[in-house]
Design a protein around this ligand. Sequence first.
Ligand SMILES: NC(=O)c1ccc[n+]([C@@H]2O[C@H](COP(=O)([O-])OP(=O)(O)OC[C@H]3O[C@@H](n4cnc5c(N)ncnc54)[C@H](OP(=O)(O)O)[C@@H]3O)[C@@H](O)[C@H]2O)c1
Length: 327
Amino acid sequence: MKAAVRTRYGSPDVLDVRDAPTPAAQENEVLVKVHAATVNRTDCGMLRGRPLFARLFFGFPKPKQHILGLDFAGEIEAVGAGVTSFKSGERVFGMSPSRYGAHAEYLCVPESGTITTLPENTPYQEAVLCEGAWYAGGILRGFGVKSGDKILIYGASGAIGIAALQLAKAEGAEVTAVVALRHIELVKSLGADHVIDYTAQDFTQIDQTFNFVLDAVGKTTYFKCRKLLKPGGTFSATDLGPWGQNAWLAIWSSITRRKRVIFPLPALSKTFMSSVKTLMEAGLFRAVIDRSYPLDEIANAYRYVETEQKTGIVVISVIPDDRNDSA
Ligand SMILES: NC(=O)c1ccc[n+]([C@@H]2O[C@H](COP(=O)([O-])OP(=O)(O)OC[C@H]3O[C@@H](n4cnc5c(N)ncnc54)[C@H](OP(=O)(O)O)[C@@H]3O)[C@@H](O)[C@H]2O)c1
């Protein structure tokens, strides 16, 4: 099979699109023919081995995962002897958070893993949206967002911000999205109740308070945002922040039991895929695709994602679908 392979940490130049052995489904695994994947910020961190301490998990001194790629959508090519819930030919989507490997034409996923069948008529490239839901969903669960809560999402135009906006709206929250001028129409179309253009106005100076403030792009801090929090309100972010302060503040918050800052590590619930699918079917959660690249040009996709300018997701068309990438 064709795959984007790397054997060392580094820039997108270390990627080599070449032949690699096709994996075989074990007893309780399915073999997926990958039609679409993404390059996301998780892949970028894995590629470069950043932050450096993460190499303790990713592999030191060389990376353990030679083929990256977290999100996938494709077709079941084969199933292991013990698999009962999937069959060949089914259209599926999901994530491969423990093995990665979606930047290749074939990928094995455990039957019990983060995989489910695609909502009917969903094109493959519109189904590679789980990474944002994974991170955003974890934070919103940590907040305990419920109907009527007021939440401010700073950086609501990135993959995680867009997911957070849609998931918060699905819970019935009142969402204020902070984005650059070029994203205003997009976030309104996704349901934002109020929009602030951060290039025209300092959002930390507005005369309003919120139950929750989420820094979805790691570009602000708790100390700048705390005046926006209602008494008992909570701040969270997708990045550690300067000097890892978000993790330290979260530890302090849990010691004082004030829940002022939380920094939940991404975890997967058993119901994650079914809830994503249900929201997609209800029209409450959709992909916003910035660009699409063929697998051969994946290094350019990484270079673009590393600009930190993408809107939503960047798709990799791994095996273009005969049916015009639709059902
Ligand atoms: N280390 C990891 O493994 C890992 C994994 C996933 C996510 N993360 C972190 O999570 C964060 C979000 O990830 P993501 O994939 O959602 O990001 P993303 O999609 O790359 O976010 C890019 C978006 O952020 C907007 N943006 C850039 N600068 C901004 C600013 N100063 N204020 C507000 N918006 C700004 C950009 O639009 P404009 O430039 O037009 O405003 C763009 O739409 C990132 O900080 C990332 O480091 C880390």
